[in-house]
Design a binder for this molecule. Structure first.
Ligand SMILES: [Zn+2]
Length: 286
């Protein structure tokens, strides 16, 4: 399952390749699951749109689209609310990769892989293909899309602290709660808690300000390191034959049950919190 750093890496890779290109035509497969918006809305929005940019929002890839020369009069925009400020010739193609989804930039004569659910033909002659064997990925159209929680790499310390204040759930569960922080997955939650020296089962409300400050810095550090590593494998992932995945951040606790802690040699423990595996060092983490 691609986590935040992988999605960031993929979005950057796509941005470098397809920004400025124009979607000429769209083909959609017959499987209904990948389409969160209707097929007709996806086709009509994408066709003749220029790709203004590609970025990550939470664990989503957002492709910003602009229909050149079809700006409508301001009177036709919906009144009131945040959406009213979005010009109507701007829209977004939102891609969630699910478990196995990939966005491939292909040449037209590259063989179309099995489980290809969408092909956008670009004026540059290339094709942007969405491939997803397990079909947990989703394609949709949005306007002013934003993730439900705060962006972990942009949130300020004060807001971060306030997200967890008074929460009676384990801090691990709170980190995974997408309504609080968007995009922190299981691996990075465990790694962040290790670096912040906090046990995953601690009640969020019991954390001191200092512990929350350490956690804030750890989450950012872990995600930034993983993004930096991911940058070197962009081409493997978004090329048409790229199945090699990412260079992994060397995990300090995740998946290391029974192995010695890299700092104190104590055996790493694994417990289950809300159905998810959690790994920690009983000596370093309190
Ligand atoms: Zn330790």
């Amino acid at each position: 399952m691609p986590e935040l750093p992988e999605v960031e890496t993929i979005a950057r890779g796509l941005a470098a390749r397809i920004t400025g290109d124009v979607i000429e035509s769209v083909w959609l497969g017959t499987k209904p699951e990948p389409l969160k918006s209707s097929a007709s809305e996806i086709v009509s929005t994408l066709e003749s749109s220029r790709i203004a940019g590609v970025r990550r929002v939470g664990k989503h890839i957002v492709i910003d689209l602009q229909k050149d020369g079809v700006a409508r009069a301001p009177a036709q925009r919906p009144k009131g609310g945040a959406k009213g400020s979005v010009p109507s010739n701007f829209s977004q193609w939102i891609v969630h990769l699910g478990m196995t989804g990939r966005m491939l930039v292909c040449k037209p004569d590259d063989p179309v892989e099995k489980h290809t659910h969408a092909i956008a033909t670009l004026t540059s002659g290339r094709e942007l293909r969405f491939v997803d064997p397990r079909r947990f990925g989703r394609l949709s159209i949005g306007h002013g899309f934003h993730a439900p929680g705060s962006e972990p790499l942009e949130v300020e310390l004060q807001l971060f602290v306030s997200l967890f204040r008074g929460r009676k759930t384990p801090i691990k569960s709170a980190l995974l709660n997408q309504k609080l922080l968007s995009g922190v997955g299981n691996i990075y939650a465990d790694e962040s808690l290790f670096r912040a020296r906090i046990r995953p089962r601690r009640q969020a409300a019991s954390l001191t300000k200092e512990e929350l400050r350490r956690l804030y810095l750890s989450v950012q550090e872990v995600l930034k390191e993983a993004i930096a590593l991911g940058g070197s494998s962009i081409s493997d992932y978004v090329d048409s034959n790229g199945e090699e995945g990412f260079f992994q951040l060397q995990h300090r606790v995740y998946g290391r049950e029974g192995e010695p802690c890299l700092i104190c040699r104590t055996t790493i423990k694994r417990i289950v919190i809300a159905g998810r595996s959690s790994h920690y060092c009983p000596k370093c983490q309190r």
